[in-house]
Design a protein around this ligand. Structure first.
Ligand SMILES: [Zn+2]
Ligand SMILES: [Zn+2]
Length: 214
């Protein structure tokens, strides 16, 4: 079988990754200021299956399993997400609020889902492996970027401070989190401003074209 290009081992930041896609995720995490450990642990799942998740994000209690076209199966990540999810009744007393989160990280949003495609210069594309959807946000207290679900109360997974009354929750569909470029959340905010201005300009231009006076 021909080895897909995606699975070419890649060294970045002193770590040898199994694939370029994993290295691109590491670059993305670094840009967001999210600490990571690569393949830190062999986990025995409740089913007895052994599993080595790709990334543990130790400051935000989150696992990230990178899923390329050559590694489409997600059963282990889903089982881990189920096993580590919060089971608290009432107030959550888990070490990580809501339990540990397990994410699937895919090739960038704009990349066609083809073997060998290098998903750069697109936007980060992720999903929860189990449970509610995960959104990227930033804690106003400790400034840590992190993924959270919309389960209330909205608190930082790291320092447990309130995320505020109106946190900015980024979804992958918005395509504001650049992938594999080491971009920070600041660049997402700038991109969002540029997008808004362009839209206002477009609406203003459309207004100019309207016939008649108003
Ligand atoms: Zn809990
Ligand atoms: Zn915080």
């Amino acid at each position: 079988m021909t080895k897909p290009i995606d699975a070419v081992p890649t060294t970045y930041a002193g770590t040898r990754f199994r694939s370029r896609l994993e290295a691109d995720w590491a670059i993305t995490l670094n840009g967001l200021g999210i600490a990571w450990d690569y393949e830190p642990e062999l986990i025995t799942l409740p089913s007895g299956t052994q599993y080595v998740p790709d990334f543990w994000l130790p400051e935000i209690g989150t696992w990230l399993e990178v899923k390329g076209p050559h590694t489409p199966r997600r059963e282990k990540a889903t089982e881990l997400g189920n096993a580590r999810a919060c089971g608290c009744t009432g107030v959550c007393s888990c070490r990580w609020r809501g339990g540990q989160l397990v994410l699937l990280g895919w090739p960038s949003h704009r990349s066609p889902n083809q073997i060998g495609y290098r998903g750069r210069w697109g936007h980060a594309w992720w999903a929860s492996a189990y449970g509610a959807s995960a959104y990227l946000t930033e804690c106003p207290s400790c400034a840590r970027a992190q993924w959270v679900t919309l389960r209330r109360p909205w608190r930082c997974r790291s320092c447990r401070a309130s995320l505020g009354a109106t946190p900015r929750f980024y979804s992958p569909a918005e395509q504001l989190i650049r992938f594999g470029e080491g971009a920070s959340l600041t660049s997402a905010r700038v991109d969002e401003d540029i997008r808004r201005l362009a839209e206002e300009e477009r609406l203003a231009d459309a207004g100019d074209d309207e016939p008649g006076d108003w």
